[in-house]
Design a protein around this ligand. Structure first.
Ligand code: PEP
Ligand code: MG
Length: 597
């Protein structure tokens, strides 16, 4: 048989790494169901076949539920409790059986008809939370159909080097993945901030999203290379390409091992500047990486992940337990809890009516100030947890000092009422996320009213350049190294230094070694990133002289375009530190926007 030709697909690398593996196609829920007429004599057998499928589906969900609880925490695994309840629902199963009998229909068809009927009822419900349950029905129906087909879901038997290929991957599907074997993700849709991307980064599996027409072109078992560093996947790689990547993976592994070896202890640049590396975390699956990679505590806990898919605010008690747990993981260096960054693209549907312009809408601190009870509950939970651990609060997306003052007043009021009620609580310092241009312009003022800054470069790029960070159509314009972004970072850092407060850079920029060097050149000494990125950033920063980084950063600040900055980074880094930055690790030379990524 003729060897298929190598094809490269461009997407958006949202979780770093290179993996050589085999395609494992995963359906995202769309399905084709056929209808056939069952003889009256065979109806009982058809009903039994359906009951067997229900049984099988239940047997599958029970261990998944346990696994998800362990890896992602109760707040995510509850989805599977809901699935079990649906599978045990007498009314649902008897409706399907009735459909089989009345219509003399095959079980698949009956599942589809009853499921669709139920879904349409749910879609009309006004209550956001209940309406959201529709996706659980979809999930369960899909599982029943797979069970009826007599095959176990394929991902239960992952090969050693499975690359999950899907049109879109639901967070519940990521939760179900066997992370021992699932080595990478490649999806047609999705953006930088999708849950799937964030979880992939946190858990440390490479992912390329926004591949558009890729899923259709693959078959399970196809050879594939996922290279998120180049924003691409290679289907049917040629022997030459494979050889090249095998060599690269080996040297990467060696580099990672080398960096693992000198993981602990203070990180000093060659000229002796001490740099602190912290961890960004979202779900318990990432906690293990905090200590393993030698993070200096947790620099950013994206607390809104506590609410993911749940669609309800978690009680004060549950929140407190979650914060205490992450504080334990963080150890004496402590954890910075970001107040819920809801709205925008984060869990928007569950909490509010659709907005015309969500990224500019009732998001983050605005959501909290508008929904004060939500904010107060969270603040109380953090204050009480702070009695048993080192916790700080950071306010997401503040625009100016008025946002900070209002939030701080709420924090103070909650502390006062806890004191009055005689409840134990701890002091927390309060910082501001600097991630919108107005905060950059007003950074000197904001610095006077907070204890620290956190620079959220993901949003800073999005809002400075007016480029939606989740839209792969405009990913070419999402230029982290744009001079306007560098100036914003420079200005914010200087404001923090002038005020004598610490500044942590916690956007994804910090997790890319070359960018981290530039951040150090701009004066940053405190970076927070996904735990698995720490070893490579550590290795890069340990090998550079911060004075040289500063000279390069200054040169970049005088550039006119992102292309110019990237050109300087490529050239200077390549010359000064070729051992640390092989050409592949540096920004690619771009042609024109119209040529795509
Ligand atoms: C950022 O915006 O850079 C950030 C750290 O927060 P998030 O990615 O969660 O918006
Ligand atoms: Mg942000």
């Amino acid at each position: 048989m003729e060897q298929p030709h190598e094809i490269r697909f461009k997407g958006l690398g949202v979780s770093e790494g290179i993996v050589i593996g085999q395609v494992l196609r995963m359906h995202d829920g769309a399905r084709q169901v056929y209808h056939w007429r069952v003889n009256v004599a065979d109806l009982e057998a058809e009903r039994l076949r359906f009951r067997g499928a229900v049984q099988l589906a239940r047997q599958q969900v029970v261990p998944i539920n346990k696994q998800a609880e362990k890896r992602l925490g109760k707040d995510h695994s509850y989805i599977f409790d809901a699935h079990l309840l649906l599978l045990e629902d007498e009314k649902l199963t008897s409706d399907i059986e009735k459909q089989i009998t009345d219509e003399q229909a095959n079980a698949e068809w009956a599942v589809e008809v009853v499921g669709d009927r139920l879904l349409s009822l749910y879609s009309e419900i006004k209550d956001e939370y209940l309406r959201e349950r529709g996706s659980d029905i979809e999930d369960v129906m899909q599982r029943l159909l797979v069970a009826l087909s007599g095959v176990q879901p394929r991902h239960r038997h992952l090969s050693e080097d499975a690359v999950i290929v899907s049109q879109d991957l639901l967070p519940s599907a990521v939760a179900e993945l066997d992370l021992e074997h699932a080595r990478a993700l490649a999806t047609d849709t999705g953006g930088w901030t999708s849950h799937t991307a964030i979880l992939a980064r946190g858990i440390g599996i490479p992912a390329v999203v926004g591949l558009r027409d890729f899923y259709r072109r693959t078959r399970t078992g196809d050879k594939i290379i996922v290279d998120s560093t180049r924003n691409e996947v290679i289907l049917h790689p040629s022997p030459g390409t494979l050889e090249h990547y095998q060599a690269e993976t080996v040297s990467r592994m060696k580099r990672e091992l080398a960096s693992d070896a000198k993981e602990s202890g203070p990180l000093l640049t060659e000229d002796g500047v001490e740099i602190t590396l912290r961890a960004n975390v979202e779900v318990p699956a990432e906690f293990e990486g905090v200590e393993k990679h030698g993070a200096h505590g947790v620099g950013l806990y994206r607390s809104e992940f506590l609410l993911a898919r749940r669609g309800v605010i978690v009680s004060e008690q549950e929140q407190r337990l979650a914060y205490e747990e992450v504080a334990r993981v963080a150890g004496k260096e402590g954890v910075i809890i970001r107040l819920f960054d809801l709205g925008g693209e984060n869990l928007r549907e569950q909490f509010q009516e659709p907005e015309k312009n969500p990224a500019l809408g009732l998001r983050a601190i605005r959501f909290g100030l508008r929904n004060e009870e939500v904010m107060r509950t969270q603040v109380r939970a953090i204050l009480v947890a702070a009695a048993n651990g080192n916790l700080k609060i950071v306010l997401p997306m503040v625009a100016d000092v008025s946002d900070v003052r209002r939030a701080k007043a709420i924090i103070q009021e909650e502390a006062n009422s806890l004191a009055k009620a005689g409840r134990a609580f701890g002091d927390v310092s309060v910082g501001a996320m600097i991630e919108v241009p107005s905060a950059v312009f007003m950074a000197d003022n904001i610095a006077k009213v907070v204890d620290f800054f956190e620079l959220g470069t993901n949003d800073l790029v999005q809002y400075t350049l007016a480029v939606d960070r989740g839209n792969d159509e405009v990913a070419d314009w999402f230029r982290t190294l744009h001079p306007a972004v560098l100036h914003s970072i420079d200005r914010s850092l200087k404001a923090a230094f002038r005020a004598g407060i610490p500044a942590i850079v916690c956007g994804e920029m910090a997790s890319t070694p070359a960018y981290a060097v530039l951040l150090v050149g701009l004066g940053a000494t405190d970076l927070s990133m996904t735990p698995s990125a720490i070893p490579r950033v550590r290795r890069a920063l340990a090998g550079i002289d911060s004075r040289e980084a500063r000279t390069i950063a200054e040169e970049c600040l005088s550039c006119e375009t992102a292309d110019d900055v990237e050109g300087i980074v490529r050239e200077r880094f390549g010359k000064l530190w070729p051992h640390l930055f092989p050409p592949k690790s540096l920004p690619e030379r771009r042609q024109t926007h119209s040529q795509g990524k």
